[in-house]
Design a protein around this ligand. Structure first.
Ligand SMILES: [Zn+2]
Ligand SMILES: [Zn+2]
Length: 256
């Protein structure tokens, strides 16, 4: 999440404008089927965590050719999900590659449009789906001092700025690319799970007052810094984990 719930809401609103002008969305049936996957960030937290409505999860992982994540990261991400989610019928990650959109650097509106053009899986029956896009470039509001590694922008949608991750991994003393990828995937997906206080209610007072949607426990996966390049330096090759308070929030909202 890009810092505030309010901004997330704005992002959602801007998506509506885009989808209304998209000629591919004229089929009322497909619009109805897709509506469940076009809600605000955090609104599917319980649906993702518990098996109440959905007993399986399929992740549609779409990468620009040449910007696919490492196998190590995909496996670690899947393990992270299996530790936190109740999905008795399993968690599946479908991967495929697509040509570049040639639109880097990206605004979230541009990422939403790419999703409109490339997402093929939507919730069906007892299967919930999540879209993850590995972009060949950076977020457009990056600066010399702060870069964004990923953004969770709707209830079942997130982007990883793989171009930025790869640049970061070539710096001296940087963690391995697979470590940066895993930390970013786990962090952004945890926003889909409603952390911190965006769809999953707090069980204790641990929201960062200076960075809404994040955790104030040092070295927790949901520290705001993890979303930015600065937070990756000094990690070594340890992927940060959720602290006890974040896990307690997820468990109280149906998680494992
Ligand atoms: Zn974040
Ligand atoms: Zn935490």
């Amino acid at each position: 999440m890009q810092i505030t719930k309010f901004l997330a809401y704005l992002l959602f609103s801007s998506f509506i404008l885009i989808s209304c002008s998209d000629d591919d969305d004229n089929n009322p049936l497909s619009n109805a089927l897709q509506a469940d996957n076009q809600r605000p960030l955090g609104s599917s937290a319980n649906a993702l965590l518990s098996s109440n409505t959905f007993t399986s999860l399929t992740i549609e992982m779409v990468s620009v050719q040449g910007f696919e994540p490492t196998t190590t990261a995909v496996n670690a991400f899947k393990q992270f999900l299996e530790e936190r989610l109740f999905k008795p019928d399993g968690i599946t990650i479908n991967q495929r590659s697509v040509p570049s959109s040639n639109t880097a650097p990206f605004s979230i509106e541009e990422i939403s449009e790419i999703e409109n053009n490339t997402r093929s899986l939507f919730n069906v029956g007892d299967e919930i789906t999540v879209y993850v896009y590995f972009a060949d470039g950076s977020r457009e509001d990056d600066t010399n001092v702060q870069v964004t590694l990923g953004t969770a922008y709707r209830n079942t949608s997130m982007v990883i700025y793989e171009g930025t991750l790869r640049q970061l991994s070539t710096r001296p003393n940087s963690p391995l690319l697979s470590t940066i990828e895993t930390a970013t995937l786990n962090h952004e997906f945890s926003h889909l799970l409603g952390l911190v206080n965006i769809g999953t209610p707090l069980q204790s007072d641990h929201e960062d007052q200076d960075a809404n949607g994040h955790c104030n426990v040092q070295s927790c996966l949901m520290e705001a810094a993890i979303e930015f390049g600065s937070g990756m330096m000094g990690l070594g090759d340890m992927v940060p984990e959720l602290d006890a308070q974040c896990i307690a929030d997820l468990q109280a909202n149906g998680g494992r």
